[in-house]
Structure formats: structure tokens, C-alpha cells
Design a protein around this ligand. Structure first.
Ligand SMILES: [Zn+2]
Length: 354
């Protein structure tokens, strides 16, 4: 009898302030994989990709849940596990975000492609030979790359309002920093992502207008967020296995600048820069296999017919010259002697016509 009376009294009580806050705040607790952070907390964990048709993997994740409500931003890197500057940048960004001064939530995934990092294999996941930025939104019944992509889509992308995907020049890419701005055709969304690109602060921007529009076949991570209506960007810095402080800092401060622009943290906007906008990228491929010798550095303006490099056979006999087909900027050039027939010599950015 006594118990029933107490229960009745408990039910009749007005809800506590804590319960009210929980009910009105969908992000009172944010959980990604095994990381679960309440407001004002930073949590560490893993997205566990179970074994399937091949082995499983574990992808480290941190959740910084701000003391006040606001947007949810995902910052992801290491789809290509030897783009080291971006991986180091996101691992350092985790501690740079103070939950006490944060409005909203940041989900940080520094290294998607663990096997690539561990085995020092560029471009692909050595477990299944697939690029970890080409199989979104993923497939729970597919190979490791597809299963990981499926979990990242559901746990990271779908829980976020915005996403920043960080890359850089891979082991064999001598790359100058740049961002991508995806044009989806939704003017409101595109103006927000454009503001994110400008806030990030890399003053060379490639305009992507040819990305898939179908959310079920989005292929790229940033495109998975963009096709789900979430203004998002990709940024690249670092090259050829190096971890230059300026590249790491460009990616860390760029991400913080975007958080400032989204009013997640108190951070003054960057001083105005003159941005260069590239309307497309031309990939120059090699006619011949052999030993590659570059004749220009990254960030060189080239004119049509200008030699970018040449290839000799393994006995040193010159076999082919690689030339620029159009006027533009060398965004990256092959950084190593290895060259296969059809292999990438360079990516040339073509400036948007005024
Ligand atoms: Zn990459």
C-alpha cells in the first residue's frame, strides 16, 4: 500500500529540469559507434565493422558534444590512409575543440582506411582493393570498404547537418592545397557550402558540378552528405607522405574556421582573400610505362604543349613526353618514378572563365 502511494506521488510530480532538457534537446546525448557524449563532454570510441565476406575492422571516432545546442558537424579523413597530413590534422583537432565553448556537436573520424595506413598502401583499402571514397552510401552485405561506408553513412552522415571530408596528396601525389565546392543545384544549400569553402580558407577551389545526384549512388563521402541535403565540403592539403606543419595547420584551422562560420565556436572570420575558382580538372595520363621524371613542380601555371615530365624505359631511353593539353595550374603531379601506361601524370585545374 505504501509503495503504491509513493509511486503515485512520483508520477504526479512535475518533470525535472533535466528531464525537460532531455526531451527538448535531441542531441542531449550523441552516440557514434561506441562513443557516447552528453552535453559538455568529449567521448572516444570505435565504429566496429563486423566481419562479413571478408575481415572486419575498427574505425576510431571521437564525439565532442558542446555544452549548448547547435549544428552537428562531421570531420572525416583517412579514406586514403597514406594521406598523412589530413589524418594527423583530424587527430589533433579533437583536443582543440573545447566542449565548454562549443554550440552543437562535432563527430571526428581521423582514419577511415586503417589497413591502408598500417600497410602503407596508397589509394585503396588493401583488404578488398577498393577506394574508400568511391563506394558510398555502402552496402552492409558487401566487402569491407562497402560495409564501412554503410556504417559511416548511417552513423556519421545521417546524424550530421554538415560534413568536411579531408584529403591530400597521396604517397605518389605532389599536391598543392585546394578545396572542392559541390554545386547541387539547390541554391540555398549551395550558398551555405560556398560559405563553408570560403571560411575554410584554402584560396584555390575546384567547382564540382558533375557529381552523382542520386543519394543511393552517391559514391563519394561528401557527396553522400550533399545528396542528403547537408551542405558539405572537401579540402585537401599535404603531399607524398609528408606531414608539413603548414599543411596540418591549414586543415586544423580551416575546420575551426568553418565551425566559426557555422556559429559553433566564437572565432573571428578570416581576412578576405582573392579566391581562384577552377571550373574543371583535366587529368593527364601517360602513354608509356617506365621511369617518370617531372619537369614542373606542383602549383606551376602551364600553357598548352608545355612539357610536364617525361618517361624513360628501365634502361634510361626516353620513351615519351607528357604535355599539358590546356592552360591551367598543376594541382598535383606524380611524385614518384613509378609510371604505368595510363597512369596519372598530373591534374591540371582549368580556371573558371570570368
Ligand atoms: Zn584522398
Amino acid at each position: 500500500m505504501k509503495t503504491i502511494l509513493i509511486l503515485a506521488a512520483a508520477i504526479a510530480l512535475p518533470p525535472t529540469a533535466h528531464a525537460l532538457r532531455q526531451a527538448s534537446d535531441p542531441h542531449a546525448v550523441v552516440t557514434v559507434g561506441t562513443a557516447s557524449a552528453k552535453r559538455g563532454e568529449r567521448a572516444y570510441g570505435e565504429i566496429v565493422v563486423p566481419a562479413g565476406v571478408d575481415s572486419g575492422t575498427r574505425i576510431a571516432v571521437a564525439v565532442v558534444n558542446g555544452s549548448r545546442p547547435g549544428p552537428v558537424l562531421a570531420v572525416v579523413s583517412g579514406a586514403h590512409g597514406t594521406e598523412y597530413a589530413s589524418i594527423v590534422a583530424v587527430s589533433r583537432l579533437i583536443e582543440r575543440i573545447d566542449p565548454a565553448g562549443l554550440s552543437g556537436t562535432v563527430i571526428l573520424v581521423p582514419l577511415v582506411n586503417v589497413a591502408s595506413f598500417e600497410q602503407k598502401v596508397p589509394h585503396v583499402n588493401p583488404i578488398d582493393g577498393k577506394s574508400m571514397n568511391r563506394f558510398y552510401p555502402g552496402n552492409p552485405a558487401g566487402t569491407q570498404t562497402e560495409r564501412a561506408s554503410d556504417l559511416i553513412t548511417r552513423q556519421v552522415v545521417e546524424q550530421s547537418d554538415h560534413l568536411i571530408d579531408l584529403h591530400g596528396g597521396d604517397l605518389d601525389e605532389n599536391l598543392r592545397p585546394y578545396s572542392y565546392w559541390t554545386v547541387t543545384g539547390n541554391a540555398a544549400q549551395d550558398s551555405i557550402s560556398r560559405a563553408m569553402v570560403i571560411a575554410f580558407g584554402l584560396d584555390h577551389v575546384i567547382i564540382s558540378s558533375d557529381r552523382p545526384k542520386d543519394p543511393a549512388a552517391s559514391r563519394y563521402l561528401e557527396n553522400t552528405a550533399s545528396t542528403r541535403g547537408k551542405p558539405s565540403i572537401t579540402a585537401e592539403a599535404g603531399y607524398a607522405g609528408t606531414v608539413m606543419p603548414a599543411d596540418v595547420e591549414a586543415l586544423v584551422s580551416g575546420s575551426l574556421n568553418v565551425m566559426g562560420a557555422l556559429r559553433m565556436i566564437d572565432r573571428p572570420p578570416q581576412r578576405k582573400k582573392n579566391f581562384l575558382w577552377f571550373e574543371r580538372v583535366v587529368t593527364v595520363v601517360s602513354d608509356s610505362a617506365g621511369i617518370f621524371f617531372p619537369l614542373v613542380d606542383r602549383d606551376t601555371w602551364v600553357t598548352p604543349g608545355m612539357k610536364l615530365g617525361y618517361v624513360t624505359d628501365y634502361l634510361g631511353r626516353r620513351r615519351a613526353d607528357a604535355v599539358a593539353p590546356e592552360a591551367g595550374l598543376v594541382l598535383y603531379i606524380n611524385a614518384v618514378p613509378t609510371m604505368v601506361k595510363g597512369g596519372t601524370v598530373a591534374n591540371i585545374g582549368i580556371l573558371k572563365k570570368p
